[in-house]
Unconditional design. Structure first.
Length: 158
């Protein structure tokens, strides 16, 4: 089987499986527990971690969830924006932390290559390149912290 056919087969299977997950959903989600603070969306205040955002802003939308309090109900559909931004903040925080860790390890590895090069210009250049790539990765990690602000801008939330 050629590589092109294999890729088409894999993409088709993933698409089919994703569609089946959507069909298997019992009912739409009407509530979420915030995993990250979301600034200025809850009547001008910060939505706090541990609170629930729901359609009506009450416990009836969130059966089985433990919530410190509730947001939603005042503006139709605002709870979906709050939940989406909370998830985006949470994911980008983890991307940032993992990227920082990887960049730090790469800087140490590049530094070790430079220190142990013993006059070997190829190893010194390789170590220098590893450090450069680590700095590029760090710049991309910093961009992940800006991403939630970009999403808020496009959603029209300030």
């Amino acid at each position: 089987m050629s590589q092109k056919k294999l890729i088409i087969l894999i993409v088709s299977l993933i698409s089919l499986i994703t569609f089946l997950f959507v069909l298997a959903q019992e009912e739409p989600i009407k509530c979420c527990v915030l995993k990250h603070d979301v600034p200025k969306l809850c009547d001008g205040r910060t939505c706090q971690t541990g609170y629930c955002a729901s359609e009506n802003g009450d416990q009836n939308d969130c059966p089985g969830l433990t919530c410190s309090g509730f947001y939603g109900g005042s503006t139709p559909g605002i709870w979906t924006v709050i939940c989406t931004l909370s998830t985006i903040y949470y994911v980008t925080d983890w991307i940032f932390y993992i990227s920082l860790l990887i960049s730090g390890v790469m800087v140490l590895a590049g530094s070790f290559m430079i220190v142990t090069s013993a006059g070997n210009t190829q190893q010194w250049q390789k170590g220098k390149d590893v450090i450069l790539y680590a700095m590029i990765g760090l710049a991309i990690a910093l961009l992940s912290k800006i991403f939630p602000g970009i999403v808020k801008f496009f959603l029209g939330v300030s």
